[in-house]
Design a protein around this ligand. Structure first.
Ligand SMILES: [Ca+2]
Length: 512
């Protein structure tokens, strides 16, 4: 066949990758054909040039990175050594931060397990994905079709997930099958008993074993992969309220001896006056009710917080084993690792337990990205850009070279890692807690570099404004202070802008 016929014919090949890749390849072919026409000598040795060109294409496609997402539960931003924690031992997480980049200002759109998991997969805010009730407002099949794992799979990736989802999904297993080549769900309680054998087993050990098996299986795979390890750790075991053992049943790989000789200092802002500084409607909320489950006496506090730290150290050990396994499989150099959590956590701070509210302890999460393809001159890099968990889906697709759907509400932070500095980035993160619960007030709000603003929806005087420059501990509500009238007006307008920008899923009570 004549070279002049063969080259355009290449453009007709349907590559098993997405539209972005197909367009890139077609464009390359066109450029290649024009280049050959201009260089008759190369045209003469067409077959050699063709081989080189096709090799280049496959090398480019083959170098698409693997992506490992380690997603923890109820781990606050500062519960790791690299963020300055004085007691919790997290050498593996610290090493990841040292080799990668730690985003110090990462926030979740909605500080709760279920909505945060839907946001992770879809890149949508709770307002839009509308998963407000497990039964009546499930994760929709149409949302799953646009989720990043589904789009990765359509574009030549293998995707797997093991662990907690907490949501119910329309279409059940079949819909999970559209998102993942392999998925096995594990929810609490942590300890289970096999009815036939009587054997007791721990959910997180299963999540870990599946994840290790999956990583090993990728050693000879021709396809890139994305694995989401979705822990229940370090969430409390709400059903079993024995201090330490019951509330925070840590993995058996972590010794009870660890932290046993420590006397953990009282929680920051633990004094009663800080509790009294909170709005009255929060003083009777689930944040307070659960405080009496686990933090209100010294004995409970010491036992439970050490259990929580042991859980975090357990996560840390497992992360180390994933990294060792990637090394052993020879794929560590092409595997990006993202480490984050679904929400923050009150550990007795402000007289509270849990998350859900607008305080920093609730919305602020760990966020570490390690891209082995980028070698930094400096270690322990940090970036204070305002990251939202809506950004994860967009970034994963960006890493994979796949077009980011217009419907996604986050933004890829890949450029922040690849060429830090100089990039215009968002000035606020949109926050909300809309899930319906009799003891958790709903709210929506904003985090900016200076303010946290929240509007609690069903409360009289439900607006809360904290000036973090003057009041980093969020003790004073300046919403009624005339000096802040123009700031408050701007924040209200900005919040309205977000509401207009992000479509709201119809409430289930309005459906027929
Ligand atoms: Ca959680």
């Amino acid at each position: 066949m004549e070279a002049a016929m063969l080259v355009p014919a290449l453009s007709l090949i349907r590559f098993p990758f997405g539209s972005g890749y197909e367009r890139a390849i077609k464009l390359s072919n066109l450029v290649f054909y024009r280049f050959l026409k201009m260089h008759p000598l190369l045209m003469k040795h067409f077959s050699l040039v063709l081989v080189a060109f096709v090799s280049l294409i496959f090398e480019a496609v083959g170098s698409r990175p693997n992506i490992l997402i380690v997603f923890t539960d109820d781990q606050r931003f500062d519960q790791m050594g690299c963020a300055g924690h004085p007691i919790a031992q997290t050498p593996q997480i610290d090493a990841l931060a040292e080799e990668g980049i730690r985003f110090t200002h990462a926030y979740v759109n909605s500080p709760m397990c279920m909505p945060s998991r839907v946001t992770l997969l879809t890149g949508l805010t709770q307002r839009t994905h509308g998963v407000l009730n497990r039964i009546k407002a499930p994760f929709l099949k149409a949302q799953a079709a646009q989720s990043f794992p589904a789009l990765l799979r359509k574009n030549g990736y293998t995707a797997a997930m093991y662990g907690k989802t907490h949501f119910i999904i329309e279409g059940g297993k079949e819909t999970f099958g559209e998102m993942f080549d392999d998925y096995v769900g594990y929810e609490r309680p942590y300890w289970r008993t096999n009815k036939e054998t009587g054997e007791r087993w721990y959910t997180e050990d299963r999540i870990h074993a599946h994840s290790l098996d999956f990583l090993r299986s990728q050693k000879h795979s021709k396809k890139p992969f994305c694995l989401i390890v979705s822990y229940n750790l370090a969430h409390a075991e709400d059903r079993d309220r024995r201090p330490g053992y019951g509330h925070f049943p840590w993995p058996s790989s972590v010794s009870e001896e660890l932290y046993s000789n420590e006397s953990v200092p009282p929680p920051d802002l633990g004094d009663d006056r800080y509790f009294k500084a909170a709005p009255e409607f929060l003083q009777t909320s689930l944040n307070r009710i659960r405080y009496f489950w686990r933090w209100d006496t010294e004995e409970k506090y010491q036992a439970n917080i050490k259990g929580h730290y042991r859980m975090i150290t357990g996560i840390d050990q497992m992360l180390g084993q994933y990294r060792d396994t990637l090394e052993e499989a020879g794929i560590a150099d092409n595997t990006i690792i993202l480490f984050t959590s679904d929400n923050g956590f009150f550990l007795g701070n402000r007289g509270f337990a849990g998350k859900w509210s607008h305080y920093d302890e609730s919305i602020h999460v760990p966020f570490i990205v390690y891209d082995p393809r980028i070698r930094s001159e400096t270690s322990n890099q940090t970036d204070d850009a305002l990251i939202s968990n809506t950004d994860i889906a967009a970034t994963v697709l960006d890493w994979a070279g796949i077009d980011i759907p217009q419907s996604y509400q986050g933004r890829s932070f890949k450029p922040l890692i690849e060429s830090p500095g100089g990039l215009e980035w968002r000035k606020s993160v949109y926050l909300e807690h809309l899930l319906e619960h009799p003891d958790i007030p709903s709210w929506r709000g904003l985090k900016t570099s200076r303010f946290i603003y929240a509007n609690y929806l069903d409360q009289e005087a439900g607006e809360v404004l904290h000036d973090l420059n003057q009041d980093p501990e969020q003790l004073v509500n300046v919403a009624g202070n005339p000096e802040y009238a123009s700031d408050l007006a701007s924040l209200r307008t900005e919040l309205e802008n977000y509401k207009n920008l992000y479509p709201e899923r119809k409430h289930y009570s309005q459906l027929e």
